[in-house]
Write a protein that binds this ligand. Sequence first.
Ligand SMILES: *Cc1c(COP(=O)(O)O)cnc(C)c1O
Length: 360
Amino acid sequence: MREALDSGHISGDGAFTKKCHALLREALGSAGVLLTTSCTHALEMAALLLDLSPGDEVVIPSFTFVSTANAFALHGARPVFVDVRPDTLNLDERLLEKAISPRTRAVVPVHYAGVGCAMDAILEIAGRHGVMVIEDNAHGLFGSYRGRPLGSFGRLSTLSFHETKNFNCGEGGALVLNDESLLERAEIVREKGTNRSRFFRGQVDKYTWVDLGSSFLPSDLLAAYLFAQLEAREAVIAKRRAIFEFYAGALGAWAREHGVRLPVVPAECGPSFHMFHVLLPSLRVRQALIGHLKAAGILAVFHYQPLHLSPMGAKFGGKKGDCPVTEDVSDRLLRLPFYNDLSAKELERVASALLAFSGW
Ligand SMILES: *Cc1c(COP(=O)(O)O)cnc(C)c1O
């Protein structure tokens, strides 16, 4: 960050932004990467690149963060919610085909907790219907599916560098382009609808307003903050893997005894170790466990509420019973403390508090 300040360039697209772009492009094997101010904004850029018309539909899982739907709805699409698989809590590929209509423009799979969706089936179905695949990879950076990086499957994918994610700069994100032909327009959309990027490369002699866009560039100060973490990616992932493996080992017998489900990672998935969640037998038990942990000074929190049942989801026609798995798991899911600096002692404390719980 000092280097960025000393260079006199702290607006967007400075030296550190370019370093982040190169590192991510290489890691994901993509045609282009553009840092953005958030994953939400990267999703909005994807929506702008789709040239949505009123009535167009975008298929998304109901069990996700608001932005996955809102970014497309803001630009005129109708979100169509599909349920998730009971094991990975990822978009259920068996329900995808019947969610697709002649108005469907895109499907947005979310790699929940950094465990890959069934991308082979999703790509096959979307491809057959001429529907663009846009991966919301907010959780899954450096995870893999069948040996390929998450975020490299869709024509577009998005990343989040929000403080709550594995790699962060407070607020930030990226749009990943796996299709060279979308790159020039994406640069324009990100630069307020101008061809400023071409101007800086000397490809045009002045820059001007050529399309619709907005201001999606983060400061190079934030890119510098982010780049240091990306450079340490192996150490970060190793720490997170160790936390995940500790919980899985310490809680296996406890989970079997009490009918608790630990995270499911299919053999073809290399997770990014974004979180560790448990599925309790009921809402009542989950709430009691949250209270029990809180009394021991441990914060454990639930996660997404079904989007199709939210006030906005209902405006788009969502109603109870549409996504039964989402409705069920959102009541029973609990996330355990999970951050890079969690010590062995603290992990032991969380595990013993869980084992001491008696409110079944
Ligand atoms: C965090 C998150 C987002 C939004 O990321 P921001 O960078 O905060 O905009 C979008 N989708 C999913 C699945 C997320 O977890």
